[in-house]
Design a protein around this ligand. Structure first.
Ligand code: NDP
Ligand code: OXD
Length: 311
């Protein structure tokens, strides 16, 4: 029995050390080449964007652990083994980072920092009225591990919060909108919409012309989820026509975002390079190791993904 670590991240040595520290009695194999040589020995794979077809060639595989909260990179493999559970990462350190990123950017949008940055570029001294936070309607698309924590981070400021989910929830911090019927009324009430959805067939391209047209004029969006949620050309058009006033994007369909992509240079878009919440080897290895110990002991794993939902 061996654990395979498979990622193109440049911190492989740090990961190997962190996993070895957490699981001193386990053999850790690193990389696709050794995976092919030792395929029969591997029963756990810890992965980020695994090479398509590689996981299907591991006959004894019992679990696939994502190096992130998202699992779309695993489902992107068309020959993914069907009967092997996929486990997403649930790591309080990752959740804390996303909460910081969301709170920081909601405050930036609330306080019209895009307008002030533009004004600064023209040396223009002009003040805008700012509503109280309780009059600012902030909506979270997705109220999972990250969305719920972000809502808890935003609540103390007094924002008028709402969330959009697939299944009814108990939630005390704001108004809940559910399912396809809830989407348009949810978008229509938001001054600031924050996307924290998983990328699935149902959510790809969800932030496009139709969604933007349903938002109040001058609304803004923050995407901390996946690039595939936003239709870039529709976003640029909505910003150029004044339907939207600002966008903050952390994630892109192609990463790194190519240097000639127009998103880089749009004056009303603020970009970060997929850093809203970065998986930290030490804390993530701790969570993944706990799950591997559960697997070995025949106990229930934390964070099993439902393959029919895709998250
Ligand atoms: P969860 O799986 O915990 O939560 C997903 C939420 O989205 C749930 O509330 C779910 O609703 C809702 N949802 C899913 N599909 C739909 C749908 N079709 N309609 C309405 N609601 C839907 O995910 P996390 O909160 O942990 O993470 C969200 C995403 O954030 C990840 O998938 C990943 O892509 C991204 N991410 C980005 C990072 C970054 O650095 N930029 C870092 C980490 C994650 P319900 O509760 O009803 O099931
Ligand atoms: C994740 C990510 O899914 O880093 O955790 O994007």
């Amino acid at each position: 029995m061996a654990i395979l670590f498979l990622s193109d991240a440049d911190k492989t040595n740090e990961w190997a050390a962190a996993l070895a520290h957490e699981l001193p009695n386990e053999e850790i194999l690193i990389g696709a080449e050794v995976a092919r040589k030792r395929a029969a020995d591997i029963d756990c794979a810890v992965v980020w964007w695994p090479e398509p077809g590689l996981l299907a060639r591991l006959p004894g595989l019992k679990a696939i652990f994502s190096l992130g909260a998202g699992v779309d990179h695993i489902f992107a493999d068309p020959s993914l083994p069907q009967d092997v559970p996929i486990i997403r990462l649930i790591d309080p350190a990752l959740t804390e980072q996303m909460t910081e990123w969301v709170v920081m950017n909601v405050l930036r949008h609330h306080r019209r920092m895009t307008d002030y940055a533009l004004q600064q570029s023209r040396a223009e001294w002009r003040r805008h009225d700012i509503p109280r936070a309780q009059a600012r309607r902030v909506g979270l698309m997705g109220l999972g591990i990250l969305g719920e924590a972000a809502a808890r981070g935003l609540a103390p400021f007094g924002f008028d919060l709402a969330a959009w989910v697939r299944h009814p929830h108990a939630w005390e911090d704001g108004t809940l909108f559910v399912g396809d019927d809830g989407l348009q009324p949810f978008l229509a009430r938001n001054d600031i919409t924050v996307c924290l959805l998983p990328l699935t067939a149902a959510t790809r391209g969800i932030l496009g012309t139709r969604a933007f047209a349903g938002m109040p004029i001058g609304a803004s969006i923050i995407n901390g989820a996946r690039g595939g949620h936003v239709v870039p050309a529709d976003l640029i058009a909505a910003l150029d026509h004044g339907q939207l006033s600002a966008a903050t994007l952390d994630v892109f369909d192609t990463e790194p975002l190519p240097a000639d992509d127009p998103l880089w240079r749009h004056p009303r878009i603020t970009l970060t390079p997929h850093v809203a919440a970065v998986t930290l080897a030490q804390t993530a290895a701790h969570e993944i190791a706990a799950n591997i110990r559960h697997l070995r002991a025949g106990q229930r794993l934390n964070g099993i993904v439902d393959p029919t939902r895709g998250y």
